[in-house]
Design a protein around this ligand. Sequence first.
Ligand code: GRG
Length: 354
Amino acid sequence: MAAELRRIEAGGSVLRLRQQRLSCAPQDRGMYSVLASGRPLANMKRMAPPKTTAIPHPSPDFDFATFLADSTAQVNRALDRFLPKAAAKPSTLHRAMRYSLFAGGKRLRPALCIAAARACGGRPADALPAACAIECIHTYSLIHDDLPAMDNDDFRRGKPTNHKVFGEGIAILAGDALLTVAFEILGHATARPRYSHRDLLRELASAAGSLELVGGQVADLEAEGQKVTPAQLRYIHERKTSALLACAARLGAMSANASPRHLAALTNFGHHVGLAFQVIDDILDVTRTSQELGKTAGKDAAAHKATYPSLLGLERSRQIAAHLTRLAFAALRPFRGHAVALEALATHLLRRQA
Ligand code: GRG
């Protein structure tokens, strides 16, 4: 137990080998695996995080608010183009899909995807299909997560949940259709010399599948009413949250034909910011109001769910989130100061209040 706690506190999100069986050209694979199993990560695993919430400063010259607003506007326009119109038959279904998709989500995963593409010298426009596909999967997961059979929530993105407006049957189907359309949208991405369409589709499928997103949800369901160990909590969070954020970073990098070294760095970055994001989410659940969050606050505590604050306390959770953010910054070293949007995003995720 103590060793497990140290692993969680150290950020413990070791790059999983399965996720490293990456999609890179055969000539690049040797280089990738050397980097993926390199010394820095092994050292990180052993270190206990210092008791500080300090993090490095992102470049003061980068205007993250404008970057997020611009990427959100681009993604919203692209999603509107990619999705069937609300009036297309069956219109109830298409209205339900659009209701949740355009309900005011923060669009952090698309921003991560686009920032990763930028860091690798790519164009935002080339990352848009992947950014939109990820947001569709994320939205489907929230619709299903809010269902009575799952978290049973009435309020999401500041509005009544999908099943409250459209009924459970349509909400389930809207989630199914968003999951499916994500793959259709990703099909619009341009293949790159290092990454084929097959690579991109496999990447998204594995992050959304039974070993990652859905697997994390199953572990979460099965943990209800049980005493959850720190190892189980990490397992759930790495899958429910971190996997999709890491996938966003990776697909952005792949859209820019990233080198194996940069892809490995962004995988590492995505895992660390993904875990930090969830630790902060756990903290916000107990420190903010429903109105501030746009979703029901205090749900984890009410459901006696294990969270970072419930296992380790608020102050230690804040230190862990900061430590994970420092690890995310460290992962960006191969970009030699040219990943300013990603640094700003990691800082934004740590400091967010909703
Ligand atoms: C297959 C039946 C079935 C269900 C799948 C996988 C799944 C359901 C649910 C997992 C969804 C979940 C709640 C993950 C936790 C991640 C998290 C903190 C999401 C909130 O992300 P934000 O804050 O949300 O970015 P917005 O609304 O801003 O996009």
